[in-house]
Every structure is written in structure tokens, then in C-alpha cells.
Design a binder for this molecule. Structure first.
Ligand SMILES: *[C@@H]1O[C@H](CO)[C@@H](O)[C@H](O)[C@H]1NC(C)=O
Ligand SMILES: *[C@@H]1O[C@H](CO)[C@@H](O)[C@H](O)[C@H]1NC(C)=O
Ligand SMILES: *[C@@H]1O[C@H](CO)[C@@H](O)[C@H](O)[C@H]1NC(C)=O
Ligand SMILES: *[C@@H]1O[C@H](CO)[C@@H](O)[C@H](O)[C@H]1NC(C)=O
Length: 417
């Protein structure tokens, strides 16, 4: 896919990242980290983006709570939010296409407000918000326990989208207008699955950065971190080497008496470090986040590597890494004073974690041979135990797969235009 297009679709995520410092850790791409990251369950609140562009209107649809049961309580409803921009639409008479942006794990308002691909190109832009995110939450205390969260799944979300799109087309007398669905990241997975499952509703799907094959052993465990590593290696070979060597250096210094204090000083942490793991987890998380949201005009990976490489010859590894750390925090969180090392220990649950603990079990692990990170293989038993502790649920994945063709050829050639 065109690089510019990918960037534009990713832009909303970047904005999200800048506004809410911990939300990014709950994103799908780092479930291994998010499994242990419970510091915040902040979801973008709509107030972050209280100004919608003038062409966009907010609507609500009375959505069915449970599309897959016929028990009386399944007929309960909730208000699902969606956004419409019809400025560029050719209209019913021309059978103009309708572009639908599938909301994922944030409020849709941010996506709508940040513009980019959808609004630049959409003949008719409709953004749908995923149940349990933003304002489309069926229960007040939605994240209280498994009874209320039980209705929270991608399958239900896809059915929401199907019902809403059909209903809206009917209201607009636009039954003959083809629908193309779009999405990035988890939203891209939804777009792909939607096209597979509801081919009569969506004529095409465009999925950007959608890890639809990161399940079972289809994609190698370390796939994600290998690509992150490649980003750094491409930015600078010496930067990559410095990062690679830094983990054991941190361990070595941290093991000395007074070593943790020394590390706290060298990295200018706001609170003294409790362990080297704390520092390493934060560094690892930053490298990953920055690579994932790497985008012009900032090119943050290059900036971090510049900070690491720029120190004069003879500078030690810790000085370089702490310079990179400062640059990363400045870029990512606009943090310029002392460095907040986020507590990554399990504490609080987020809505996205519910999804990873039910269906979205992505086995992301990595080995130091193939990445710049210290080895950390995916441990399913640990993952399951954590989910049981957090939500009292055991993962029971049931994502959509297909029998047609090869795994990859099918998804990429038959189902995406
Ligand atoms: C969940 O919370 C509701 C309301 O607080 C309660 O009635 C219900 O029994 C709880 N369910 C579980 C599985 O804990
Ligand atoms: C279509 O119109 C009906 C009747 O006005 C309304 O209840 C429903 O919410 C509309 N559908 C959508 C998707 O907005
Ligand atoms: C932080 O980033 C800003 C904007 O890129 C830059 O102007 C500033 O020099 C940086 N500050 C530090 C301490 O790196
Ligand atoms: C890592 O590299 C070492 C040395 O080349 C090798 O013995 C080992 O099997 C490798 N491990 C993996 C998981 O690739």
C-alpha cells in the first residue's frame, strides 16, 4: 500500500498517543507488554476532541445489545455513536460509494477530527464507533465484571456495523450505493473480517497495519519485534548495536551495590528505580511505541537514534541510551524534565485488555538472536493466568478464518481490493 496512505491512516493513532500517555500501551501491537501494563485504563474521552470539523455530524443509532442470542435480555439496546460527512458524496442517483471507517479501540471523534485519508478521499464518510469504546458503552459500569463485559467482542461489533450500515442505507434510500470499509490496526482487522463475513454489505475492504494473521502460529512469535528492530537498524546500525548491548550493561550496573541509584541518576528518573527490569521495560516500550507510530515529519526513530549516536566517541552505552530515552520521552510525551518511569506491573484493567483476554490472544514474543531486545518468549500459561486474575475469564479465541486459498493469498488478493 502507498506509504503516504498508511501514514495518514496511522495519524489518528499518533494523536491518541500524544494526548494520553498510557493508552498506547493498551494497543494490540504490544499485548505482551500490555499484559503487564495496568497503569491506566484511560480511553480517549470525547472531550479531547470536542470540536468536530464543520462537515461532520454526530448521530446515534439504537443498537441491539446481543446479536447472537434470543434470550429476553439480548433485546436490550444501547446508543451507538457514528459520524457522517456527506460533503463529497455524489448522492443516491449516482450510486456513489459510501466509505465506512470502522472504529476500533478509541473514540471515533478523534479519528473524525484528525482528518487524513478518509476525509480527503471519501465520497461519503461514515465512521462507526466500536461498542464499549468512547461513548458507545452499553453499561454504565461496563468494565466492572465479566457479566457486563460479556457482550464485548469483535463478533458483536461486526454485527453492530452490519445492522447499522443496512439501516442507514435504507434510511438514505441508498441501497444501490456500494460500501467500502476501512480501518487501521484493530480497526483494519475488523474491516477485513467484515468483508469476509458480510460480503453482501461491503464490496471491498482496505485494512492498514492490520495484524489479522498474528494468531496461532501463522505469524512467527517474534514478527513484530523483528520489524521494530529493522526500523532501528535501518535508521542507524550503530544505534541498533548500542541498544542491543544496553540491556546486559543495565543489568550489570544495576547488580552493583548502589547500582540502581546510579541508574536512576543517569536516566534522571523522577523516582528512584526499584529494579533494572523497571527501566528495561520502559525503554523497550518506548522503542516499540516510537517505531509503531513512526511518521513524518518527526521520524522519531531517527531522532532517537540521532540522540544515541550524536554523543562524542568514547561516550559509554548508558550515556547514549539515556540520551535516547530523553529524546523518546520528549517526542512521545513532551516530557523534558525528570523522567517518569511508568509502573508496568499488573494493576488495573483496560477495555482492550478484555479483548486480549477473550479473543485477541496474539502470541507476541521475541528472542535476542533476532531482535535488539532481551529474550522474552510468549508464555501462554502466564497469559491465561493473568487473564483469570484480572477478569475471571480464560481466553477463548474465535476469530474469523477462511478455508479459501492460502492464508495470506486469500486475505490479500481475494478480499482486499
Ligand atoms: C457483576 O456485577 C453485577 C452488578 O454489580 C452483579 O449483579 C453480578 O452478579 C456480577 N457478576 C459477576 C459474574 O460477578
Ligand atoms: C433510520 O431512521 C430511523 C427512523 O427515523 C431511526 O430510528 C434510525 O436510527 C435511523 N438509522 C440510522 C442508522 O441512523
Ligand atoms: C523537545 O522537543 C522539542 C520539539 O521537537 C525540541 O524543540 C526541544 O529541544 C526538545 N527538548 C529536549 C530537552 O530535548
Ligand atoms: C541463538 O544463537 C545461538 C548462537 O548462534 C544458537 O546456539 C541458538 O540456538 C540461537 N537460538 C535461537 C532461538 O535462535
Amino acid at each position: 500500500m502507498d506509504q503516504r496512505l498508511v501514514m495518514q491512516l496511522l495519524l489518528p493513532c499518533l494523536l491518541v498517543l500524544v494526548f494520553i500517555r498510557c493508552a498506547s500501551s493498551e494497543h494490540w501491537q504490544i499485548p505482551e507488554l500490555s499484559m503487564s501494563m495496568r497503569t491506566s485504563s484511560i480511553m480517549i474521552s470525547d472531550s479531547t476532541y470536542d470540536e468536530l470539523p464543520p462537515d461532520e455530524e454526530i448521530h446515534f443509532y439504537t443498537q441491539t445489545l446481543d446479536h447472537f442470542n434470543y434470550r429476553p435480555e439480548s433485546y436490550a439496546t444501547f446508543q451507538q455513536r457514528y459520524v457522517i460527512n456527506s460533503k463529497y458524496w455524489g448522492g443516491v442517483n449516482n450510486n456513489s460509494p459510501i466509505f465506512v471507517y470502522m472504529g476500533s479501540e478509541t473514540s471515533i471523534i478523534g479519528v473524525a477530527a484528525s482528518g487524513g485519508f478518509m476525509t480527503d478521499n471519501a465520497p461519503y464518510f461514515k465512521a462507526l464507533i466500536h461498542r464499549y469504546y468512547g461513548d458507545s458503552v452499553p453499561f454504565k459500569e461496563a468494565d466492572q465484571n465479566a457479566s457486563t463485559l460479556g457482550y464485548f467482542s469483535s463478533t458483536q461489533a461486526l454485527a453492530d456495523y452490519a445492522e447499522l450500515i443496512i439501516n442507514l442505507k435504507k434510511n438514505l434510500s441508498a441501497e444501490n450505493c456500494p460500501v467500502i470499509v476501512f480501518g487501521g490496526s484493530y480497526g483494519g482487522m475488523l474491516a477485513t473480517w467484515f468483508r469476509l463475513k458480510y460480503p453482501h454489505i461491503a464490496l471491498g475492504a482496505l485494512a492498514s497495519s492490520a495484524p489479522i494473521l498474528y494468531f496461532d502460529d501463522i505469524t512467527p512469535q517474534n514478527g513484530y519485534h523483528v520489524i521494530v528492530t529493522k526500523d532501528y537498524k535501518e535508521a542507524s546500525e550503530s544505534c541498533y548495536n548500542t541498544i542491543r548491548e544496553s540491556w546486559s550493561e543495565i543489568d550489570k550496573v544495576g547488580a552493583d551495590p548502589g547500582g540502581l541509584n546510579l541508574l536512576s541518576q543517569r536516566f534522571n528518573t523522577c523516582k528512584p528505580l526499584d529494579s533494572t527490569k523497571e527501566l528495561k521495560d520502559n525503554l523497550g516500550l518506548l522503542y516499540v511505541i516510537v517505531a509503531q507510530y513512526d511518521a513524518p515529519p518527526d521520524y522519531p526513530v531517527t531522532k532517537i537514534c540521532d540522540a544515541i549516536d550524536e554523543l562524542p566517541e568514547g561516550a559509554d552505552i548508558l550515556s547514549r541510551i539515556s540520551a535516547g530515552f530523553a529524546a523518546a520521552l520528549n517526542i512521545t510525551f513532551r516530557e523534558t524534565g525528570c523522567k517518569n518511569v511508568v509502573d508496568l506491573k499488573p494493576s488495573k484493567m483496560s477495555r482492550w485488555q478484555w479483548q486480549t483476554c477473550t479473543e485477541m490472544v496474539m502470541p507476541i514474543g521475541y528472542h535476542e538472536n533476532e531482535t535488539m531486545f532481551q529474550s522474552n518468549p510468549f508464555d501462554l500459561n502466564k497469559f491465561i493466568k493473568n487473564c483469570q486474575n484480572l477478569f475471571g475469564v480464560t481466553p477463548r479465541p474465535h476469530w474469523i478464518t477462511t478455508e479459501f486459498g492460502g492464508h495470506v493469498s486469500c486475505i490479500y488478493t481475494n478480499y482486499l481490493f
